[in-house]
Design a protein around this ligand. Structure first.
Ligand code: PLP
Length: 406
């Protein structure tokens, strides 16, 4: 694998953003917005494909960024969804439902019924109870429904070996269901090469044991390995890169044995988005300057972030800023009434005053959806998409709290 591939996948490109562009985007987005980039997503998909090898089918894990699922459609083989809401969105996006896997810990009979009726053709089975539910729902179906038995990686998801063997030994009564193989999700942000190796060893051992004990030849493994993204300046990038390369190698090796669908979220979209928030106020403190932005941790949080103790990539962009302007060490706080609302402590930024924009890199994955954006009933930021050929699109307009007009 070329050294540059991982660097490209995790390069946010925020240094390319200039004041004039941010000011123009503010007209559509308000004073805090997410900006996603379709070209970067396409490039990331192509880089990941190159790393995993041509035998592996690539699936986009919608939960990482539902707003980019429509752009991903052109470039990935399939899509992983986990809820009726995600199903509704993919239908609106025009996805071919036979490319969709309905995954997820919790599924009700109604949800399974709707998914099957709409044309979803692959489901993961998370428990014995879900297996029975899917059997019931599939009764009378005129077509075969493909299922994957989810093997746990030790948490609340999936089933253990005995449960999987139990299903495979008694599957004969389920004419409408075809058990294709195993679903396995190792967990997100796997940043240790040693841990990645162990997880794949566990998976390979499990496949051997299932085949030996049940006499079944499995056809497919759909898996997510949690390719890691170094969000913080303190992160050891070489360690992350090694984990990523080990993961890619393990997937390639496994694909020699069995068909693989690789589910990817964070690694594809983290660097395809940034978050922009305007500086509204600054305060002098004995411990150093505080910069207050319009947004905050209710709009952007990074996996592993705790009250600004680690430093994400931030760029300060001001009107007419001198490229050689002095740097200052500041603490960046958000607009919430909680002392935890700190984006970064003692981060070095170009001299920053009210009116400047702070751009946060690697904000494309789990950003819009995972935050407590209702806290304090503040305005919700807009979501903007830079398309490859047709320019800027407002995917979600700013949700103003228009109390000033009462
Ligand atoms: C089943 C499953 N597959 C894939 C993913 C995507 O993982 P990541 O964003 O780490 O690539 C997730 C994330 O939670 C998941 O639950």
């Amino acid at each position: 694998m070329r050294n540059s591939e991982y660097i490209k996948l995790t390069d946010s490109g925020i240094n390319l953003l200039e004041y004039s562009e941010l000011a123009r985007l503010e007209q559509n987005g308000g004073s805090s917005y997410y900006l996603f980039d379709a070209r970067k997503l396409r490039e990331n998909i192509s880089n990941l494909r190159a790393a995993l090898g041509h035998k592996v089918f690539l699936s986009y894990s919608m939960k990482a960024n539902p707003w980019l699922a429509e752009c991903a459609k052109e470039y990935v083989d399939c899509l992983e969804i986990c809820s009726p809401g995600e199903l509704k969105k993919v239908m609106e996006n025009g996805w071919d439902l036979d490319k969709v896997t309905l995954d997820g810990l919790l599924k009700t009979p109604e949800e399974i019924g709707i998914a099957l009726q709409k044309g979803v053709q692959r489901l993961s089975i998370d428990s014995l109870c879900q297996w029975k539910m899917v059997q019931e729902c599939a009764k009378g179906s005129s077509r075969k429904i493909n299922v994957l038995l989810r093997l746990t990686s030790g948490n609340q998801f999936g089933m253990d070996m005995e449960e999987i063997v139990h299903i495979l030994e008694r599957k004969s009564g389920s004419q409408a269901l075809h058990i294709e193989g195993i679903h396995f999700y190792a967990g997100t942000q796997k940043k240790s090469a040693g841990e990645v190796k162990k997880l794949f060893q566990y998976l390979e051992n499990a496949l051997d044991e299932i085949e030996e004990r049940t006499g079944n030849k499995l056809e497919l493994v759909e898996l997510g390995g949690g390719a890691p993204v170094p969000y913080f300046l303190e992160d050891d990038r070489a360690e992350y890169q090694k984990a990523y390369e080990t993961l890619a190698e393990c997937v390639r090796t496994l694909s020699e044995r069995i068909s693989i669908v690789y589910e990817a979220g964070r690694i594809l979209v983290a660097s395809a988005g940034c978050y922009v928030s305007k500086v509204i106020d600054c305060k002098a403190r004995a411990g150093g300057k505080i910069v207050l932005i319009d947004g905050g941790t209710h709009q952007l949080t990074y996996y592993g972030a705790v009250a600004g103790r680690k430093t994400p990539e931030i760029k300060s962009v001001s009107h007419g800023a001198d490229m050689c302007a002095d740097e200052e060490s500041v603490t960046v706080c958000g607009s919430l009434c909680t002392a935890q609302d700190i984006m970064a402590r003692r981060v070095k930024l170009k001299k920053t005053e009210p009116g400047a924009y702070l751009v946060f890199g690697l904000a494309g994955a789990y950003s819009v959806t995972e935050c407590g954006s209702d806290f304090l009933s503040r305005t919700k930021p807009a979501i903007l998409l830079r398309r490859e050929n047709s320019g800027l699109e407002v995917l979600r307009a700013v949700e103003e709290i228009d109390f000033l007009q009462f």
